[in-house]
Design a protein around this ligand. Structure first.
Ligand SMILES: *Cc1c(COP(=O)(O)O)cnc(C)c1O
Length: 421
């Protein structure tokens, strides 16, 4: 949807000047909006044991991660590289959760050394880990128990988690191996905007966690309900009602854990925290009529692959062309791929060469999913600080970056001559 009024009001007066001195394309994020969203999440759980762990994969920029850490957020990592990044920005111990899938034993060892809260995605992985972490948590596979939750429907195709009917056994095994502290994880939603469905999915994990803990005779320190909360990408969509979500979660927690020992609620939201607080700023390079009306931008799907990859909607605006007659156009990039489009059949003020175009809601899974196909390199990232400064938090990629991993002279791996000896 259109960027928040506050972000727009702070950005637009600066934008032409930023573009003049810096050029396009770039992503720019709103530090104030990101922090405000995080604070609102905390406020919804005020006084209750709760921690939000920002999903690093959504926006793995050190400056943004530090901003969130300073607010008390933890970081959710899913790979050794993300763990390293979390460590480098100062996230330590249980400020990190490691929720990964299809993971090598040495990755768990790395996460354990750093003191992260580890989610085991599978019993087989758990069996292969030599040393257990202080707290053992398993991820619950989607299992279709939550009546009416459409998102539970793909339970038969999931690659994630431990099947619900094996869960109690997994915890018993963990206890047998010496574990004394336990958590549970479940994440079933993806870009979910419906509070009812998201709350049912979370309640389901809490309920199942309580049942399994009772059955296996283990205490549960935390329930991690994952991320997957949605943002309104389309105009007219309503923002997710996080306060209602928090109330529903706390009510279910109290119902499932009526005693004094309430488990802490953890979350791993990425998109919800940063998604709406970023825009991709581009310039129209080319305007043509083919089978379709085309406006060619100076960014490509290497800067934002969601539209081309998933057909995802990203709102686009021409902030300085409001008074112009409209046209229905495709906004396209430069890749040799027909899917390299930010939008199809979008009605906008008729774009002209040199116009600035904003592609909205690029604050999560935007730059992070970028790639370098065709030598169309990833654009830089800027931050609009709380003070109203514009700072560079990632430079544009260069030819040197593009070729940094290439061996200009091949390195020997295996010699054909070996068979002769
Ligand atoms: C991707 C992912 C998240 C974050 O998802 P969002 O949609 O960005 O909130 C959190 N936890 C896990 C395990 C994930 O795979």
């Amino acid at each position: 949807m259109p960027a928040s009024e506050e972000f727009t009001a702070r950005l637009l007066p600066l934008l032409r000047e930023v573009v003049a001195v810096y050029g396009t394309p770039f992503h720019i994020y709103d530090a104030r909006g990101i922090v405000a969203t995080h604070r609102a999440m905390e406020a919804a759980f005020a006084g209750e044991p709760f921690r939000q762990y920002f999903a690093v994969k959504a926006l793995p920029n050190p400056s943004v991660l530090r901003l969130l850490l300073a607010e008390g957020s933890g970081l959710d990592c899913a790979s050794p590289v993300e763990l390293e990044l979390a460590a480098r920005v100062g996230a330590e111990g249980d400020a990190v959760v490691f929720t990964s899938n299809n993971t090598a034993p040495q990755e768990y060892a790395l996460a354990r050394k750093g003191g992260a809260l580890i989610t085991f995605d599978d019993r087989a992985f758990f069996d292969r880990v030599d040393e257990l972490p202080d707290v053992v948590a398993f991820r619950v596979a989607p299992h279709g128990l939550a009546a009416g939750s459409a998102l539970m429907g793909d339970a038969t195709r999931t690659k994630f988690g431990v099947p619900a009917d094996e869960l109690a056994d997994a915890y018993r095994e963990a206890r047998r191996r010496g574990a004394r502290r336990f958590g549970v994880h479940g994440m079933i939603c993806a870009n979910e905007l419906d509070v009812g469905r998201a709350a049912r999915a979370a309640a389901d994990v809490i309920e199942l966690g309580a049942a399994v803990a009772a059955s296996a005779g283990v205490p549960l320190e935390y329930v991690n309900v994952g991320g997957g909360l949605g943002i309104p990408y389309r105009p007219g969509e309503r923002p997710f009602d996080f306060a209602a979500y928090a109330r529903a979660i706390l009510a279910q927690r109290d119902a499932s854990f009526p005693g004094p020992d309430k488990p802490k609620i953890l979350m791993e939201c990425g998109r919800y925290v940063t998604g709406p607080h970023g825009v991709l700023v581009t310039t129209v390079l080319n305007r043509s009529r083919k089978a379709r009306e085309i406006a060619g931008l100076d960014a490509s799907m290497s800067a934002l692959m969601r539209p081309g990859f998933y057909g995802a909607y990203h709102h686009a605006t021409l902030p300085f062309a409001d008074d112009r007659a409209e046209a229905t156009v495709d906004l396209v990039g430069a890749l040799c791929e027909n899917m390299d489009k930010f939008a199809e059949d979008r009605t906008l003020p008729d774009p002209r060469v040199g116009d600035i175009v904003l592609v909205h809601d690029t604050g999560a899974h935007g730059h992070a999913m970028g790639f370098t196909y065709n030598g169309r390199l990833r654009p830089p990232e800027l931050l609009l600080t709380d003070d109203g400064d514009v700072v560079e938090i990632r430079r544009a990629e260069t030819f040197e970056d593009y070729t940094a991993t290439a061996r200009w002279r091949p390195e020997p791996v295996l010699s054909a001559a070996r068979t002769a000896s």
